[in-house]
Ligand binder design. Structure first.
Ligand code: NAD
Ligand code: MG
Length: 396
């Protein structure tokens, strides 16, 4: 068995730490060759001491100096680089064959695309990259000739439930009729929108079933996360938007389903633990121990599925609208949402203003064809500027 050489983009985050947890249990299968993080330098230093990558990347020169100091103390020989371009070097110059793309948000797009172009096995957690650049990203994967394995639990579930020879080409859909993405509904699934006026970041981040980074936790509360995931599923699997459905499933046991023409519905079930899809992506097509407790069906009190109410989750309908509009609209949606969520988490923007910011940007910026990285990054930058201006006016 050859040892997989793994680069982890975003190693200090929730997905990054879970990835290292799986890798730690299988040293005969995986070697970590690159780790990257934005700010948590001490945590990254500890990871470098344990996994001894050849490259570590941080956001800026101060972080790099600090990391170098910490690694010298421990006599660890790891090349320390910094800045956005160095994230690409972590992919192209570390000798990796497998890349875990787990940076949160648009910041992860360029290195994820580099991994696609370079023909790596791409374990895609960074859904925002695909939302922004779906067509470009899928083309880059094809040209690079690597393997794309979805890590988002819903898409990983669907990947597991699709027929082996399924491709994005409709003639190879092999009886697949619909994809059903499940959603927990987040911490506010039983509240009406009028109850949510004074919601704090702590309340929004207290997800009932999953432990995740703060941005995706807020996205789960607003259900923007599910909207982004519908767009992600569209690009990954190539079914028309109207065949991608969302179901609220509060127990988070069924991670998603595929409905077939003959009446069969295949579901993937498991604990709400990201180490399952991570282990699946790392070892595919083999299955390895993920360190996850077995699912005990007799302990479940029931499984329920309902349709989400769009009036309760305006971010979900905005995502559907952006998906339908196409072109750069999903990139605008994503950028406006990132700015609004950050303002909610750090600058007192009211929770209920998040969809207003996104809607304002979608109305203000007409979509154009998303046919180059430059166009997509331009749309992203303009949406951030527009969102910031709008937030400024509503906070005055
Ligand atoms: P997180 O906030 O816990 O971690 C984010 C990581 O990205 C950190 O290592 C951070 O240092 C790095 N990072 C942040 N901004 C950066 C920047 N500007 N430049 C370089 N690095 C930067 O996030 P997470 O919960 O691990 O989520 C990561 C991605 O995986 C997101 O796209 C999220 O939607 C997706 N995802 C996460 C989960 C989950 O359970 N956490 C599930 C499905 C999908
Ligand atoms: Mg998900």
């Amino acid at each position: 068995m050859s040892v997989k050489q793994v680069a982890i983009l975003g190693s200090t985050g929730s997905i990054g730490v879970n990835t290292l947890d799986v890798i730690r249990a299988h040293p005969e299968r995986f070697k970590v060759v690159a780790l990257t993080a934005a700010k948590q330098i001490e945590r990254l230093a500890e990871q470098c001491v344990e996994f001894k990558p050849s490259i570590a990347v941080v956001a800026d020169a101060d972080g790099a100096a600090k990391l170098n100091r910490l690694l010298q103390e421990k006599k660890i020989v790891t090349q320390v680089l910094y800045g956005p371009q160095a994230l690409v070097s972590a992919v192209t110059e570390s000798g990796c064959d497998t890349v875990m793309a787990a940076i949160v948000g648009a910041a992860g797009l360029v290195p994820a695309l580099a991994a696609a172009q370079a023909g790596k096995r791409v374990l895609l957690a960074n859904k925002e990259a695909l939302v922004m650049s779906g067509n470009l990203f899928m083309q880059a994967m094809k040209a690079g000739g690597g393997e794309l394995l979805p890590i988002d639990s819903e898409h990983n579930a669907i990947f597991q439930c699709l027929p082996d020879r399924f491709t994005k080409n409709p003639s190879d859909h092999l009886g697949v009729e619909e994809l059903w993405l499940t959603a927990s509904g987040g911490p506010f699934r039983d509240k009406s929108i009028s109850d949510l006026a004074g919601i704090t970041p702590e309340q929004a981040c207290a997800h009932p079933n999953w432990v995740m980074g703060r941005k995706i936790s807020v996205d789960s509360a607003t259900m923007m996360n599910k909207g982004l995931e519908v767009i992600e599923a569209f690009w990954l699997f190539g079914l028309p938007l109207e065949k991608i459905k969302v179901l609220i499933h509060p127990q988070s046991v069924v991670h998603s389903m595929v409905r077939y023409r003959d009446g069969s519905v295949l579901a993937q079930m498991g604990q709400p633990d990201m180490r399952t899809p991570i282990a699946y992506g790392l070892a595919w097509p083999e299955r390895i121990d993920a360190g996850v407790a077995p699912l005990n069906l007799t302990q479940l009190t029931g499984l329920s599925f309902t349709e989400p109410k769009l009036t309760q989750f305006p971010c979900l309908s905005l995502a559907f609208a952006a998906a339908k509009a196409g072109g750069t609209a999903p990139a605008v949606l994503n950028a406006a949402n990132e700015v609004a969520v950050a303002a909610f988490l750090d600058d007192g923007l009211p929770y209920l203003s998040i969809p207003n910011v996104v809607e304002h940007c979608l109305n203000a910026l007409s979509p154009v064809a998303a046919d180059s990285l430059e166009t997509i990054l331009e749309a992203d930058a303009l949406a951030r500027q527009t969102a910031n201006q709008f937030i400024h006016t509503i906070q005055k």
